[in-house]
Design a protein around this ligand. Sequence first.
Ligand code: NDP
Length: 283
Amino acid sequence: MTAQIINGKEIAKKLREKIKNEVQELKGKGITPGLAVILVGDDPASQVYVRNKEKACQEVGIYSEIHHLSETISQSELINLIDKLNTNPQIHGILVQLPIPAHLNEKEVIERISPQKDVDGFHPLNAGALFVGEKSLQPCTPKGCLYLLKEIGYDLKGKKAVVVGRSNIVGKPVAMMLLQEHATVTICHSRTKDLKSELLQADVVVAAVGKANFIKGDMLKPGAVVLDVGINRLENGKLVGDVDFETAKEKASWITPVPGGVGPMTIAMLLANTLEAAQNTLG
Ligand code: NDP
């Protein structure tokens, strides 16, 4: 079997078009969705991510502002900025580009963002809402994964899903979303005893490990749907996922490539969340 490719780039493009139309509609009601991105320090990768977010906002008509702060900024200065943005009516979404320098308290920073403007969905109130199945702003990458499954018409009801990775930003929230869609979910991590035997039972695999080409084709059940969240740069500069694409595509029925799979969905979902946060202000 050779898997069909889930073209995240195309799916994200269509979604951005839809968002653009809805932004126009909201502007007609007097609201321009606004996103504030806070970048601390000069990490080159973070700078690229922030620029991409800014560009994506421009394309769909979302107002954006970048707050580029010095590496040495204090916790209280950062908190003050978040407080100002929390009360700024032009700003509907606030995002702090992670990671932030070690001298800053990331937990306090995330918890300071108003839950209504938490477009990353990392605030404990939003994470809790996801846990109990209430409507909330949801983390972008997991939301993108679920969107991809819907796009290929995959019904998760009764299916066995294995999530590899248990981070708060990908593994845990994606597992909750799969559960919400009635899959039977297993979460694996570095202490899982026999990952291969877990994976061999999985109808759906979400890989969020951060290890290049870690999951091979022989670890997959024939016909599995594979979503590869990982982004790993090899020494030769090539970007690869957590799944060994060449062997996995011979076993899977559907698979996301890296790049061009889950990645483009993350930014599209950030736009969707900013739009949603702005729409929520209509009451
Ligand atoms: P984390 O490092 O926070 O989490 C990695 C997880 O993988 C941990 O839960 C860890 O287990 C688990 N793990 C590590 N080694 C093994 C192993 N040998 N067997 C099973 N599980 C293992 O990473 P993130 O969740 O933040 O990100 C994961 C990947 O996704 C990265 O490559 C990242 O770059 C990418 N990413 C991509 C995004 C996108 O837009 N496409 C967005 C966010 C992330 P334990 O908890 O026990 O340590």
